[in-house]
Design a protein. Structure first.
Length: 279
């Protein structure tokens, strides 16, 4: 196992960074003792250290934590907002060598910028999603020009501990982000809406949410396991004159599919603009 005994540093202990290292620990594939997290929030780090057993380094306005982790990590994950990218990359760069793998989950920051800022480092640009925390994530991986097959394999091994991982070309990463990075929020909205409709008809809220989530989980499993197109599976449920086609008709009247497509495209556009502003 390539990850065995690798020291993994996380620059940033926010939602996505936590989703990754919590998932890695839960998988059993990475020991908490091999993970170090740096952040400016000392209280957050103290709580994470106490709960998970990870090492922590409190950073400052000069990103001293990034420099410290760069000097001591085999794999360094940049998990800060794109607006902080220049600062943390500059702090880490003098301490990184070609033997260390850099993983960036900073949305919108292209490989060209990462490789310019880190001239010695093999880089993977990665887009994960938050279900990594429960090991049901989907991650897109784009290897940089200095990343070898071994580096790519190490990145894939890391993220396959947390779900599915796909190698992509960089121009497809923004569409992937809309599809997989943003879509959990869309799914949560749909689950909540279905549950509230059931509550309006008499089901208890907690029960309705659980049922709605299980129904979507089952529908997703049908798509994955049968290999059939969603439209075909939908048609099989819509018996003539039945309740399902009546509900589908209502969704079509409200342009449900068009709204979802527009939401995904808008998410892609926003990711692109965020990256441009951060460069």
């Amino acid at each position: 196992m390539m990850l065995k005994d690798k020291k993994i540093g996380f620059i940033g202990g926010g939602q996505m960074g936590q989703a990754i290292f919590r998932g890695l620990i839960a998988s059993g594939g990475v020991r908490a003792a091999d993970i170090t997290v740096t952040d400016v929030d000392a209280q957050k780090l103290a709580a994470l250290g106490a709960e998970l057993g990870v090492h922590t380094v409190v950073s400052d306005e000069n990103s001293s934590g990034a420099a410290q982790l760069a000097a001591s990590s085999d794999v360094l994950v940049f998990a800060v907002s794109p607006q902080l990218a220049k600062q943390v990359l500059a702090a880490a760069a003098p301490h990184l060598g070609p033997e260390q793998l850099v993983v960036s989950i900073m949305g919108g920051i292209p490989l060209a910028c990462l490789e310019e800022a880190l001239p010695q480092s093999p880089v993977l640009r990665v887009m994960p999603n938050t279900p990594l925390m429960v090991r049901r994530g989907v991650t897109g991986i784009v290897p940089g020009s200095r990343a070898t097959q071994a580096h790519a394999a190490l990145g894939r091994e890391l993220f396959e501990l947390l779900g599915a991982a796909y190698f992509l070309t960089e121009e497809l990463l923004d569409p992937f982000t809309g599809l997989c990075g943003c879509s959990p929020a869309f799914a949560y909205m749909f689950i909540d809406a279905m549950a509230m409709g059931a509550v309006e008809r008499g089901l208890a809220a907690d029960q309705a949410v659980r049922m709605a989530a299980q129904a979507l989980e089952g529908a997703a499993a049908m798509v994955l396991r049968t290999g059939r197109r969603p439209a075909e599976l939908m048609a099989n449920v819509c018996t003539p004159g039945g309740s399902t086609i009546a509900g589908v008709h209502t969704l079509e009247q409200h342009a449900f599919r068009a709204a979802v497509m527009d939401a995904l495209c808008e998410s892609c556009d926003r990711m692109d603009s965020v990256g441009r502003r951060a460069q």
